[in-house]
Structures are given as C-alpha cells and as structure tokens.
Design a protein around this ligand. Structure first.
Ligand SMILES: *C/C=C(C)/C=C/C=C(C)/C=C/C1=C(C)CCCC1(C)C
Length: 244
C-alpha cells in the first residue's frame, strides 16, 4: 500500500478551475494534432507548396514541444513559463514571416522582405521579453517599443511592400495574404493584452485578473493552427487535383 500511495502522489493534482493548466493541456494536444495533419498532408502538394505546408507543420511542431515543457513547468511551479514561451516565439514567429515570403514568391518577393519582417519580429519579441522577465518595473516602456515593432509588421504586410506584391499576385494568393493579414492584426493583438494582464502598469486590473497565460495560450492556438490552415487551403487551391 505504501508503494501505491507513493506512485499515486507522483501524478500531479490539477485544480478544476486551473484554466492556465487546462489551456496548456489542450494547447499541447492541439499543436501535436495539427503537426500530424500538416506533415501527413504535405506530400499531396507540388514542390513549391510542399515547402509552405512543411513550414506550417514545423511551426505547430515546435510549439507542441514547447507546450509539453510549459505544461510540465506550470504543473510543477504554478508560475508562468516565460523562458519556454519566448524560446518558442523566437523560433515560430520568424517562421511565420517566412510563410509570407514563400507565398509571395510567385509575385517576385525578395529575401529582403523576409529579412525585414524577421528583424522586426525579433525586435518585438526581445523587447517583450525584457519587459516581461528582466525589467518588469519598466514593462510599459518595453511593451511600447515592442508594440511599435508590431505595428511596423502590420504596416508592411497591410500597406507596404508585401501588400503590393500580394496585389500583383492576385487570385487565391492575394486572398490568402489578406486572411494572414487579419490574423496578424486581430489574432496577434491578443498578445499585448496578455502582456498587460501579466505585467505592472497603468493598465493593471482592467483585464479582470485573467491570467496572462490564458491569453497567450488561446492566441497561440488561433494563430499557429489558423495560419497553417490558411496556407494549407491555399496549397490545396493551387495544386492540380491528383488523379485517383
Ligand atoms: C506563435 C506565436 C506568436 C504568433 C506570437 C506573437 C507574439 C506577439 C505578437 C507579441 C507581441 C507583444 C507586443 C506587441 C507588446 C507586448 C509584448 C509582446 C511580446 C507580448
């Protein structure tokens, strides 16, 4: 009996109102399932689109691995896994920038567009990390700098060079680009809300004490899986149907 009790106590106890833990578990499973879906479907497409769908799968796979760690970290410490969170983002967000480049290549997108978006995303994430983890007393200033980099990304894809390329590409590429733009404008805007819910500042308390990680987890599921599905359906439209 003694042995049995020891064994049982190794299984973590989860509170039924632990929404952070709940969304970490769901998030892990969703990212794993999405990765399997993208990886297994990738060979249905022509070479060019295969790469795009592969990148969709890499984004959700990298997230799945980090969610696995974050889930464990949360269970063990009931504390925000900030380190794993940002390692995940610093890998996956630049890959999302790569997706913009890959779909706009048909209209002649240059590597410099990709480099610009990646550069802005790194500024956005590094300053966000500094505000969240290193200098929380000046979280508002770091958050502001991060927000400016975020708006520069939004500008580039909605109105800047990427927008012009999307227009030149026309058809289903232009439509997919537009949907990705909406993801960045609306879906990505959930992150600064999570940041405000979890860092000190004038905005403290306006999010009703909802946990930062709940915002981040919901946003990740929407953005990573949704983004991937937009790419998947574009690849589907662009590939000739396979002869049965
Ligand atoms: C898959 C992960 C994604 C798409 C993560 C995106 C993260 C952001 C858009 C974060 C933005 C932030 C701000 C705009 C200001 C406050 C600090 C951040 C890093 C939360």
């Amino acid at each position: 009996m003694g042995h049995l009790t020891t064994f049982i106590s190794l299984v973590p106890r989860m509170a039924t109102d632990d929404y952070v833990g709940f969304t970490f578990f769901i998030g892990t499973m969703a990212m794993m399932a999405a990765s399997a879906f993208f990886f297994f479907s990738m060979n249905d497409f022509e070479r060019k689109w295969k790469t795009s769908v592969l990148v969709s799968g890499l984004i959700t796979f990298i997230a799945a691995v980090h969610y696995w760690y974050m889930r464990d970290y949360w269970i063990a410490n009931l504390e925000s896994p900030t380190f794993f969170r940002y390692v995940d983002w610093i890998l996956t967000v630049p890959l999302m920038c790569v997706e913009f480049y890959l779909i706009l290549k048909v209209a002649g997108a240059k590597k410099s567009l990709m480099a610009k978006l990646i550069f802005l995303s790194v500024i956005m994430l590094v300053t966000g990390y500094l505000g969240e983890a290193v200098y929380p007393e000046s979280a508002q200033i770091w958050g502001l700098v991060s927000g400016i980099a975020y708006f520069a990304i939004v500008y580039e894809i909605w109105l800047g060079g990427a927008a012009k390329l999307a227009k030149a590409a026309g058809g289903s590429v232009q439509r997919a680009h537009k949907i990705l733009c909406w993801f960045v404008l609306v879906g990505w805007a959930i992150y600064p809300i999570g940041y405000m819910a979890g860092t000190p500042g004038w905005y403290e308390g306006i999010f009703g004490g909802l946990s930062m990680d709940v915002f981040y987890n919901i946003a990740d599921a929407i953005n990573k899986i949704g983004f991937g599905l937009v790419i998947y359906s574009l690849a589907l439209q662009q590939s000739k149907p396979k002869v049965a």
